[in-house]
Design a binder for this molecule. Structure first.
Ligand code: F6P
Length: 333
């Protein structure tokens, strides 16, 4: 067997643990050859691959990022204004691939499945996002690491906020789902938690800050990047033509600072955490979860169960059809 593997979309702590587990399981269980595709679909478009053997994936369990590289703008169906899917399919055949393990978000997995439908090799998906918002899957690897990073940031911001008697706003990632802000906000003892799922009301937040001004002197606010005041639009940092996510979010923490300051005596300050949340080594929980996902993906390939995404459901590793989860998000209820 020859199995291709790629990581697509934004990176996430634990990708290397998945790559390692898929490779070692396939080699040990059936002596498969594993081909690593560089930079997501870009590697299939630009014909950049390399073999992944036991040695190539040793020592990467605990490392952040992805040894294969990733891209979140390369689509075989719209590459520099052209549909190059036929060339990509021909390249998959030329490589002699039997299947493709696709580690990515909803968009990446759907793209791989679509390639299969137009003559490409069948695929198995491994869900990836720090946002933890993939439908049909109660926990994606990388989320625990992101929550740990944000929790630590909230604690650090708290001591300085306390010293200066300030309102400290910490902005987290989380495009449409507020899981990171919610869980880190709870774990880090934030006084106000604002999510994309629930529009906020400035006077209500200001009232909380004023109450705390009188007693504790400081307030910690944890806000997901996708949150907004009712009636407003999400805060867009940049437009990204050609990307599956056409807008880059970020900056709502600054917007909220401007909105809140007129109501308060104490100074309001904002920290936008950004990619700090996606970088660094995965937590032990994420290393284990990613390893379980990688092993399961290899089992699906060996069993010929294609078009499936591995998923954690009720604490058990199983799988769901990609078609069932495409274009849906698991948001905070
Ligand atoms: O989807 C994961 C995520 O981290 C989002 O929370 C965030 O909006 C986005 O990726 C940022 O992606 P990029 O690194 O491409 O700006």
């Amino acid at each position: 067997m020859r199995i291709g593997m790629l990581t697509g979309g934004g990176d996430c702590p634990g990708l290397n643990a998945v790559i390692r587990a898929v490779t070692k399981s396939l080699i040990r269980q059936c002596g498969a050859e594993v081909i690593g595709i560089e930079d997501g679909f870009l590697g299939l478009i630009e014909r950049r691959v390399r073999p992944l053997g036991w040695d190539e994936v040793s020592g990467i369990l605990a490392t952040g990022g992805t040894i294969l590289g990733t891209s979140n703008t390369a689509s075989p169906f719209a590459w520099r204004g052209r549909d190059v899917s036929a060339e990509v399919v021909a390249y998959q055949r030329e490589l002699g691939l039997d299947a493709l393990v696709t580690i990515g978000g909803d968009g990446t997995m759907t793209m791989a499945a679509r390639l299969g439908e137009v003559g490409g090799v069948p695929m198995v998906g491994v869900p990836k996002t720090i946002d933890n918002d993939i439908a049909g899957c109660e926990r994606s690897f990388g989320f625990d690491t992101a929550v740990a990073t944000v929790t630590e940031a909230l604690e650090r911001v708290e001591t300085t906020g306390q010293s200066h008697g300030r309102v400290m706003i910490v902005e987290t990632m989380g495009r449409y789902a507020g899981w990171i802000a919610l869980e880190a906000g709870l774990a880090g003892g934030a006084d106000v938690i604002l999510l994309p799922e629930m529009d906020y009301d400035v006077p209500t937040i200001a009232a909380t800050c004023r109450r705390r001004e009188e007693r504790q002197r400081y307030t910690i606010i944890c806000i997901g990047e996708g949150a907004k005041q009712s009636g407003d639009r999400q805060t867009v940092q940049a437009h990204v033509p050609g990307s599956p996510d056409p807008v880059r979010l970020g900056g709502v923490g600054h917007v909220l600072r401007e909105q809140l300051q007129p109501y308060l005596n104490s100074e309001v300050r904002t920290t936008v955490l950004g990619h700090v949340q996606r970088g660094g080594d995965p937590t032990p929980y994420d290393r284990v979860l990613a390893t379980r996902y990688g092993h399961k993906a290899a089992q699906l390939v060996l069993a010929g169960q294609f078009g499936q995404m591995v998923a954690l459901q009720n604490g058990q590793i199983g799988s769901v059809p990609i078609a069932q989860v495409a274009n849906t998000q698991r948001t905070v209820p």
